[in-house]
Write a protein that binds this ligand. Sequence first.
Ligand code: FMN
Length: 222
Amino acid sequence: MKILAIHGSPHAIRSTTRQLAGFVLEGAADAGAETGMIDLADYRIIPCTACEACSLNGICVNDDDVPALVSRINEADAIVFGSPVYIDNITGQMKVFFDRLADAIHYQQFAGKYGCAVATTAESGGDEVVAYLNHVLNYLGAISVGGMSVATGGQPEAVDAAEPAARALGKKLADAVRDGYTDPTQEAILTENRAYFSTIVEENRDLRTHEYDRWVRMGWIR
Ligand SMILES: Cc1cc2nc3c(=O)[nH]c(=O)nc-3n(C[C@H](O)[C@H](O)[C@H](O)COP(=O)(O)O)c2cc1C
């Protein structure tokens, strides 16, 4: 069982968000998971220019680190998304990465995975960012087991107090991978998303035959 955390703080190793995601991974590791941490700030990610070339074959015209990151996600059974709150939202680093996942979202390439979300903030916006990160997990076809945020009040050591809850979240994620986890509300969202994206898959059936066949096999297109 592999669980991968991806966080968008530019503080990298000194990041409180990284620390929080690390506690989640430690809880998952105690429950038997092999874990990995990705500091997005260490990777070269060129912003999407909406050229739509990827819609032809799934391959971006830009030569950067996104394919390697997508491979890491593909290898994982579950993903932990983490971001600090920047102006009531995720960081630019995180958003630029998400925009580059549009094709993966359209074709639901991460369906069947589980996830959770963490955020840190000085004061406000933490829960909203967690909700957004979980929304992206659902967009990607993954089911979230939950999330948590920490408002540090400018004291980074405040994250230490969140360690037990973060470890419990990591255990819940590992348990979901091992035993399964269902949430009717999220299942309904995923079904609605697939109905919406199926028009793209059907329109491109001659270009993306492999993807079309997978959707038919999955019973997402009849
Ligand atoms: C550009 C920028 C924007 C921020 N915006 C907010 C904000 O809107 N609300 C807030 O409470 N904290 C805000 N903060 C504070 C960070 O969310 C907070 O310090 C966070 O814990 C940093 O996480 P990190 O150590 O993982 O980078 C902002 C910080 C920066 C640098």
